[in-house]
Design a protein around this ligand. Sequence first.
Ligand code: AMP
Length: 183
Amino acid sequence: MKRICVFCGSHVGNDPDYAGMARASALAIVRAGYGVVYGGGGIGLMAVVADTALAAGGEVIGVIPHALARTEMAHQGLTELHLVSTMHERKAMMEDLSDAFIALPGGFGTMDEFCEVLSWRQLRLHDKPIGLLNYRGYYDALLALFDSMVRQGFVGPHTRGLFIDARTIEELLAEMFAEKNLP
Ligand code: AMP
């Protein structure tokens, strides 16, 4: 089965609409016929994505380090839960298990995961589609920074194009599927 890795916040944010966005994203992924890979937590938007995808009959695979299983309340109802030793192992396994990556609104952890798959694609360590859900402009400032990096000569225009951003999950998935002719 094809799977999309979802990076998102271990918090739910201050506006309940963020949870709605996470639910809509999980549903869209399952309806498109994809399984979900994520960090395995039972908190924040991560839990919202997992619970929604499971309730819709989707496959959900979690990958969580032993040390975080308690603080991030490892989800006990997943299709599969992989307990790993380190954050590095977590990210490597999430990458291996997935055919594409999407970042929803989140914090530093989400940023780290998004930038890592992006830099790995830049280094040609994989060639899987990457999407940034710029829900209600949440990532406008980050996109402006990326554009500035291109203008300053630290990121090539081609490299800047290694991920897709869109304001709705439907738009984002459509553009990502078109990019790689994914079904
Ligand atoms: P956050 O976006 O900060 O709420 O974190 C979302 C998820 O990313 C959580 O499961 C964190 O454990 C994970 N995370 C936090 N820091 C890192 C990191 N340096 N590398 C990868 N994942 C991280």
